[in-house]
Design a protein around this ligand. Sequence first.
Ligand code: ZN
Length: 331
Amino acid sequence: MELQSLRSKYIGKKGVVTQRLKELGSAPKEQRAALGKVVNEVRDFIESRLREKEALLSAQASVSIGSKHFVDLSLPGAYIKPGGRHPIKIILNEIIDIFVSMGFAVEEGPEVETDYYNFEALNIPLNHPARDMQDTFYVRPLSEKNIQGEHSKTDSGIVLRTHTSPVQIRVMENKKPPLMFIAPGKVYRCDSDMSHTPMFHQVEGLMVDEGITFANLKAVLEAFLHIVFGPTVPVRFRPSFFPFTEPSAEIDMGCYACAGSGCRVCKNSGWIEILGAGMVDPRVFKMTGIDPEVYTGFAFGMGIERIARLRYGIDDIRLFYEGDLRFLRQF
Ligand SMILES: [Zn+2]
């Protein structure tokens, strides 16, 4: 704007310099040429300085606009760290995939369970140590009547399930054999130290049909351990006891850390306990209306945190649930 007014003030139609040019006609003839030259030089000088100034200003203006909107496509983009799966979920999914590939279905059940499904139907009587208030989170304890023996599906205490086994009962009540499924999920026990957390994960499995034997149990679980821990890992079965299976076994695998010579990981035994299993107790079949004279079956269960700890070499189970990203980002 200032440039415009300067221009019209000096070299516009009514500008000072233009006036002088017009007045040349009335100047004495002999001075006319010299005067004209000077005035024209003045006009050209003003004109050129105005153009220079104009060019400078427009260059400055385009730079300031550019700095606001300039995008440098060669710069690296803003990095948003992607989330990842929790290590327990990674192992859980892997285990589910292995059993599904063998033909097992996946079943689920409630985490808040009745005392009946969590204990009674699984042949765990009232005086069994597993029912201890120290181990079980009771949402509603058993009533006096229940304790006296009047204990049924509809009149029972309520617990946070202590194992995934109640899912077996619920499925056997609703579906007829042949049955072949796993039940993965969260379970709860009142316990917390380096190898226990109040909430942890189990995968339970069940196979029921005519003519199922311990040999089927052995084949399925050996195949599973060989997929997870490698085809050469030694596997052994030890007699054990669970209320809902008979006979029962605990399954060990050779220690991966010392290859059997004994170390801290295996407490110098050379073996690591990894699974519990057994043939379904006929009393459990009767509770769910399956004829134990016709059908047999096997059940097994494992703790996912335990397998994750072995797989990743983690001493303290609590690390899984502290939410420390420095730990979790390693998986
Ligand atoms: Zn060892």
